[in-house]
Design a protein around this ligand. Structure first.
Ligand code: ARG
Length: 287
């Protein structure tokens, strides 16, 4: 499926994702500013909202793999933090926070059982929550969870350029809460560089300069849309799965020929996660 805008043709690319049904979802501890254990959560509602995201991916032709949820690991639904995978090689995670360390082994075991080459991590990092593949480059976040040394480890493991970015707002503690990868696009002259959308106020000055230089055509998203987790979106190059509350961002996407697909994960936001957090991309590897 494609759409045509004035300048480019958007192409939907096939995606393979790993998700985890939030059967044990709750907020029993607080490790980010969104989590408030005294506020009640509705697990059935979380499952329904998650299912809508799952079904939207499948309806648009994507493949969704599932990892079994483990009782007592309420954050396991946020599979983006389960690892980082490129070309069939899966770097496991080493969580900063003790509450989530129990997820490390189940994710690595799943990768191994599904034909991925697993690399056990040394440094603290939280997977695709902080590492985003944009074209051939890996953007890597630090400031709250993943440590700077993990960026060097990442470069060694994947032999790709790694660009470190510093997050400064505790509400946007993972890189995927402040950047959406919009994927390679085809323009009149062929393939253009992969583009992103980002929330400038989530970054320090140096990182903002890097982003402006590297991605002059990026969509800069408003604080209002950032605050509803608008940037925590997934794109297949054409469809952008995004919070229905990020209305101005949706309009910016449409202007450029993307098709926003609104998915409401309000219940999962009580844990400080959204669409992208619930989605880990599986790149390469055996089936
Ligand atoms: N409660 C989880 C945590 O604080 C939410 C993780 C969100 N994941 C993400 N990729 N941003 O770790």
């Amino acid at each position: 499926m494609t759409t045509q805008s004035d300048t480019v043709t958007r192409l939907a690319q096939h995606r393979r994702y790993l998700m985890c049904r939030p059967e044990h979802f709750t907020v029993s501890y607080s490790i980010n500013p969104w989590m408030e254990p005294s506020r009640p959560t509705d697990t059935a509602k979380a499952v329904r909202q998650w299912q809508a995201l799952h079904d939207a991916y499948v309806a648009l032709g994507h493949e969704v793999e599932l990892i079994d949820p483990v009782p007592g690991l309420p954050d396991m639904v946020y599979t983006a933090n389960g690892g980082f995978i490129v070309d069939g090689r899966a770097l496991g995670v080493r969580f900063r926070v003790d509450e989530r360390r129990g997820e490390e082994r189940p994710f690595m075991d799943w990768f191994a059982a599904h034909g991925f080459e697993v690399v056990e991590p040394v440094e603290v990092q939280e997977g695709e929550g902080d590492f985003l593949l944009v074209g051939d480059t890996i953007l890597a976040g630090t400031g709250f969870r993943s440590v700077g040394d993990s960026h060097r480890e990442l470069g060694r493991v994947f032999e790709r350029e790694v660009v470190s970015l510093h997050l400064v707002d505790p509400r946007f503690y993972h890189l995927d809460t402040a950047i959406t990868v919009l994927d390679p696009v085809e323009g009149p002259g062929g393939v253009e560089r992969a583009n992103i959308a980002y929330l400038p106020s989530a970054f320090d000055d140096g990182s903002r300069r890097i982003l402006a230089e590297r991605y002059p055509d990026a969509i800069q998203v408003s604080d209002a849309d950032g605050a509803v987790f608008g940037l925590n979106a997934a794109s297949d190059g054409l469809h952008v799965f995004v919070s229905p509350r990020a209305t101005a961002f949706a309009a910016q996407l449409e202007e450029r020929g993307y098709v926003p697909v609104p998915i409401d994960l309000s219940e999962l936001l009580l844990g400080g996660g959204g669409i992208k957090c619930c989605t880990l991309e599986l790149r390469g590897g055996a089936r």
